[in-house]
Design a protein around this ligand. Structure first.
Ligand code: MN3
Length: 197
């Protein structure tokens, strides 16, 4: 069965008041993510040994080699997690997650500082992640291009921010730090993150 663009839990216009305009969603979700899905389906259709494999298995199986299969499968997963990491009513941190953040980072402010720093220092295209590590502790990671904590075995994703230029250039031009500050304060879906604990 072919992979499909996931349905969003909000309209493309719903994040505009929070600093992510409809045009960003139209292009990022409707064009960029769709292109990864279309390319992935073409690669799977052309190789009988890939038939019926889950997205996770395709990513893990191609992580060492890299190449088009890893890039398109990885980007399909990463973007699917990214849409879940956005919320028109985002920014509020549920008590369960806040307690875990305070225990593992010291404070919410320190968590946001570290996450923002990961996003800023990811040179070129990539992602910033809040992960539940294999030791049971929260940690922040960054990954280039199509990589992810699933690909590297670093733990379970709770939240992810896309820091490819296509994620913020319409709304913030070159100001990635401002995009990240707003993202953490107003757009991040901490309820989804808490649900993954
Ligand atoms: Mn993207």
């Amino acid at each position: 069965m072919a992979f499909e663009l996931p349905k969003l839990n909000y309209a493309n216009s719903a994040l505009g008041a929070k600093g992510m305009c409809e045009e960003t969603l139209d292009i990022h979700y409707g064009k960029h993510h769709q292109a990864y899905v279309t390319a992935l389906n073409g690669l799977v259709a052309a190789d009988a040994s890939l038939a019926g494999k889950s997205l996770e298995d395709l990513i893990k199986g191609s992580a060492a080699a890299g190449g088009p299969l890893f890039n398109n499968a990885g980007q399909h997963l990463n973007h699917s997690l990214y849409w879940l990491s956005l919320n028109p009513n985002g920014g509020g941190i549920p008590g369960k997650l806040e307690a875990k953040i305070n225990a593992d980072f010291g404070s919410v402010a320190k968590f946001k500082e570290d996450f923002k720093n990961a996003g800023i220092t990811q040179f070129g295209s990539g992602w910033a992640w809040l992960v539940l590590g294999n030791d049971g502790k929260l940690k922040i990671t960054k990954s280039p291009n199509a990589s992810s904590p699933l690909a590297t075995g670093e733990g379970k994703t709770l939240l992810v921010c896309d820091v490819w230029e296509h994620a913020y250039y319409i709304d913030y031009r070159n100001r990635r730090p401002d995009f990240l500050t707003n993202w953490l304060d107003n757009l991040a879906n901490y309820e989804y993150a808490a649900s993954q604990l």
